[in-house]
Design a protein around this ligand. Structure first.
Ligand code: ACO
Length: 433
């Protein structure tokens, strides 16, 4: 595989009868891109692409998606292989450093992350400023942003070592922060990390354990949770990752950038869809009601959408949904849980996949469709789902943020616009309007 993109053909854009040539760049795999960086300087014209549907905002070596084929690769490795054979710590190393670690490298990395799991004690008082019914994502936005006030020795973004320390801190502290957000809503004491446990086992103990009792990590739950973390670790230039990159492009510190990513992830069209998908499945309740919801999703006058269905990039099965669909059955079987929501989900999927509306628009289940069923079986309330997504995605965010800062082509992100408002006009005093 070629490391650097090679220069290929030229594209000619004719504006006002004059042709302007632009280089077409070829990546390792995937669509070529027309490099239009000089377009405005050459022609006085911008491109118009709301939602960046046809715009590559950066070059990256981290993740590749082929939405038509339903392929997702991290550093070249297919997601199903990673979910099946790897661990979240190993995938984190891979995303951050570009290669799978040796056994010694993995040990060192896991130890480093483990050593950063504790939070500054004063942050506990920060939690107490929130209402008990605060959404965990509201708490996460606040607490992660506040980390910048506590870890000044890792906010110099020009120093690669400080960038890596900040990245390790963020990966390590997110489980502690998310678990504390959960404990706070319950009114239970915060649990300190236990460094003898795995990354995922430690998170489960901090979430479901109490100081008064010994907590045994269930290997079935630990493995399912680790798989969910792997499946959510990175997803190329999605909305929250682009938000992290955009925030970081101004030189903002990494903790502030990740807080921005968390805010973006919260939306129901993005990470918030896992919560919305399970709520929808519960609302549907039983398979007989599915046609009613399918009809609503197809009705142009009804804002309702099938949550957990459709994706900006995948016009085929989201490969993560395939892994999770299988995992949902395995986890529920192993835990001996019978959840009618899983039957509703399976039936809904089958009906939608045969329906012309969904077929024509290439709407398939996405990662959020089955993750909620598993998380609910493990014992998480729906309000925690997006917080778990944020926890796992932090790895992708910091990997992408590091890549951006090291990219010599990096500039502050500053989109342009097509202005359609009033042209210049004179101020009219209020008594004359
Ligand atoms: N249910 C019903 N109709 C849908 C759905 C859906 N879930 N998703 C898309 N459509 C329809 C739209 O109404 C639109 O129809 P039209 O062309 O007749 O106007 C068409 O399909 C294309 O939809 P867009 O919103 O233009 O597609 P876009 O790529 O912008 O949106 C998105 C992708 C936001 C994910 C969308 O499919 C959606 O809202 N899905 C439900 C929310 C969801 O599950 N989000 C999680 C995404 S994965 C993630 O972030 C981890």
């Amino acid at each position: 595989m070629a490391d650097a993109p090679s220069l290929a053909d030229k594209a000619t854009l004719i504006i006002d009868g004059r042709g302007h040539d632009y280089t077409v760049r070829t990546g390792t795999v995937g669509p070529r891109v027309v490099d239009i960086r000089k377009l405005y300087a050459d022609t006085d014209v911008f491109t118009y692409d709301p939602g960046f549907t046809s715009t590559a905002s950066c070059q990256s070596k981290i993740t590749y998606i082929d939405g038509d084929q339903g392929i997702l690769l991290h550093r070249g490795y297919p997601i199903d292989q990673l979910a099946e054979k790897s661990s979240f710590m190993e995938v984190s190393y891979l995303l951050l450093h570009g290669e799978l670690p040796s056994s010694a490298e993995l040990d060192t990395f896991s130890n480093t992350i483990t050593r950063h799991t504790m939070l500054h004690e004063q942050l506990a008082t920060f939690y107490r400023g929130f209402r008990r019914d605060a959404h965990p994502m509201a708490v996460m936005c606040g607490v992660v942003g506040a980390l910048s006030a506590f870890y000044h020795d890792s906010t110099d973004i020009t120093d690669p070592e400080q960038r890596m320390i900040a990245s390790h801190r963020l990966i390590a502290k997110m489980p502690t922060i998310a678990a504390m957000a959960y404990k706070y809503t319950l009114g239970q004491p915060f649990m300190y990390p236990d460094n003898s446990l795995s990354y995922t086992g430690n998170f489960l103990r901090m979430t479901f354990g109490v100081p008064a009792e010994r907590y045994e990590v269930d290997p079935v739950i630990e493995s399912a949770m680790d798989k969910i973390f792997i499946l959510h670790a990175d997803h190329e230039q999605n909305a929250s990752t682009s938000t992290v990159r955009l925030a970081g492009s101004s030189g903002a510190n990494p903790f502030a950038c990740i807080a921005a990513g968390i805010a973006c992830l919260w939306g129901p069209a993005h990470g918030g869809a896992n919560e919305a998908a399970l709520n929808m499945l519960r609302e549907i309740g039983r398979p007989e009601r599915i046609p009613e919801y399918i009809a609503r999703a197809k009705d142009k006058n009804d804002p309702f959408r099938l949550m957990g269905f459709g994706h900006r990039v995948y016009k085929n099965f989201d490969p993560r949904a395939k892994v999770l669909s299988k995992a949902a059955t395995e986890v529920l079987d192993k835990l001996g849980i019978v959840d009618p929501v899983l039957d509703t989900a399976r039936e809904l999927e089958q009906i939608a996949l045969k329906d012309d509306y969904f077929v024509e628009k290439k709407l398939y289940p996405n990662v959020d469709f089955y993750s909620g069923v598993i998380l609910s079986a493990i014992g998480f309330p729906t309000s925690m789902f997006t917080a778990l997504f944020a926890l796992a995605r932090t790895v992708g965010w910091v990997a992408q943020w590091n890549e951006m800062i090291s990219d010599p082509d990096q500039k502050i992100g500053r989109p342009r616009q097509l202005y359609v408002g009033a042209a210049q006009r004179d101020y009219v005093p209020v008594n004359q309007r």
